[in-house]
Ligand binder design. Structure first.
Ligand SMILES: Cc1cc2nc3c(=O)[nH]c(=O)nc-3n(C[C@H](O)[C@H](O)[C@H](O)COP(=O)(O)OP(=O)(O)OC[C@H]3O[C@@H](n4cnc5c(N)ncnc54)[C@H](O)[C@@H]3O)c2cc1C
Length: 431
């Protein structure tokens, strides 16, 4: 099964789709058009780039293979994180203090950018403040506390409050986890409604969005020509914003990312009292596993729980049971609860779990590989592409210069070794 078929699966089975606001049908491209910028992919990265460029006076077309938000942006766990996917301690060791600090600042701005857009475009996406990072092993507890201290002492970031194992037990209604910290500036939201709201903002700014219009190939010349099944876009610049759904469109980018599938469920409504028992403060919760568990409540008191992943083009057949196992490992008391929805999506990770940005000459730009941290950094990726296209390249180039390595072995050969590696680390979670 190709990723293309996979893309269409799962989107409409999510609780997000069932509660989507402002789902809008966009036409397919059936014409030949000429614009300043052609964006490929209508997730956060593509929509954000389109929005920023339209505001700066560019004519912009967005081509989307399926529906707007039908990639990871409309299906994810909804955790609006802070900073980068890698901790600042790791970034300092790899890149030095200066680059680590700049990446931290970009990550902080990314979080603020999402909040500003929600406010400015009046996007109704259930934004709630607060993310609890919890240790699933005793030794990680002190690492989390040390990290909160590092952010306060070296970055002047005082939004993290350390919490003990006892307090976590009170917050989550069980003793599954050790201590950790709450970041008051991170949080959770309805990811599809965020994407749909960005789509509406693009429309208002005059961006032309086409759904069911997969880019089939790019031909570079004086201007770049992008082909779809029934149309053509001729543009001065092209933005490739396909992330985990890139497939064969640009093999040179695909070499730097590995698409992985991650899975989420939504329970039936649990009622206000039970919701408070299992998540006292209505926080996003993210644990320390290699294959991370993440969860939060919805406004109608459902538990959204993300857990488990696989590395093949297929999703597990019985997704509800697949994710429920992970949920019961955290919340054994929820065995009686009905699972109303389960779905999956594909995201791109890089070897170093750092975003992979770049450009070919002055005409093709890309941002991908947010490695599970794409709500904030996808929005920011689009903004930094727009900055670079309009001549301010410093911040885009900072990320473009990060030391990435290709996944070894080429398109087919890289998989067995990589999958074995991922399964090995996932197995350590269970020991
Ligand atoms: C299950 C899951 C849970 C996650 N949880 C979180 C989380 O809690 N917090 C967080 O920050 N991040 C999370 N992520 C990651 C985050 O969702 C992604 O990093 C982010 O959405 C990437 O946005 P994007 O726009 O780059 O890519 P996507 O949203 O994947 O969009 C790419 C789009 O490109 C389109 N496309 C592909 N090929 C073509 C083509 N040839 N022509 C036209 N269109 C094409 C696709 O159809 C798709 O719509 C999660 C991801 C998944 C899958």
């Amino acid at each position: 099964m190709s990723r293309d078929v996979q893309t269409a699966m799962g989107f409409e089975s999510s609780w997000y789709y069932a509660t989507a606001k402002d789902l809008h049908d966009y036409p397919a491209l059936e014409d030949r058009i000429s614009v300043d910028v052609c964006v490929i992919g209508a997730g956060y990265t593509g929509l954000s780039a389109a929005l920023e460029l339209a505001e700066r006076g560019f004519s912009v077309v967005v081509l989307e293979a399926h529906r707007l938000g039908s990639g990871a942006s409309g299906r994810n766990g909804g955790v609006l994180g802070m900073g980068q996917r890698q901790g600042q301690d790791v970034l300092e060791a790899w890149l030095g203090r200066d680059a680590a600090r700049q990446l931290w600042e970009i990550g902080v701005e990314a979080n603020a950018l999402v909040r500003q857009r929600i406010a400015r475009f009046d996007i109704d996406c259930d934004l709630k403040d607060g993310e609890l990072h919890v240790a699933h092993r005793a030794r990680y507890e002190s690492e989390y506390w040390a990290y909160a201290d590092l952010l306060a002492d070296s970055y002047g970031y005082s939004a993290c409050r350390k919490v003990s194992r006892e307090e976590v037990a009170d917050m989550l209604g069980n003793d599954t986890y050790y201590g950790g910290y709450v970041d008051g500036n991170a949080g959770h939201l309805h990811p599809l409604n965020l994407a749909l709201g960005l789509g509406r903002a693009c429309r208002l700014l005059g961006v032309h969005i086409f759904e069911h219009s997969a880019a089939l190939g790019l031909q570079a010349g004086d201007r770049v020509e992008v082909r779809t099944a029934r149309g053509r876009v001729e543009a001065q610049r092209v933005v490739v914003a396909c992330n985990g759904y890139l497939d064969r469109l640009e093999p040179s980018l695909a070499a730097y990312q590995m698409p992985i599938n991650n899975f989420v469920l939504a329970t039936e409504p649990l009622g206000a009292d039970r919701a408070r028992q299992i998540n006292r403060d209505d926080l996003a919760v993210v644990d320390s596993r290699f294959v991370v568990n993440y969860f939060h409540m919805t406004p109608d008191h459902r538990l959204i729980f993300g857990g488990g992943e696989n590395y093949s083009p297929r999703f597990p057949r019985d997704l509800k049971s697949f994710v429920r196992r992970h949920m019961l490992a955290v919340y054994p008391d929820l065995a009686d609860v009905v699972i109303d929805h389960a779905w999956g999506g594909t995201l791109a990770i890089t070897l170093k779990r750092l975003p992979h940005f770049g450009r070919r000459g002055e005409s093709v730009f890309w941002a991908q590989g947010y490695s599970g941290h794409g709500i904030a950094m996808g929005n920011m990726g689009g903004k930094l592409i727009a900055e670079a296209i309009t001549g301010t390249t410093e911040r885009f180039d900072l990320i473009a210069r990060l030391p990435h390595r290709r996944f070894p072995g080429g398109r087919w050969l890289r998989w067995p070794a990589l999958v074995a590696g991922m399964l090995y680390y996932a197995a350590l979670d269970r020991i």
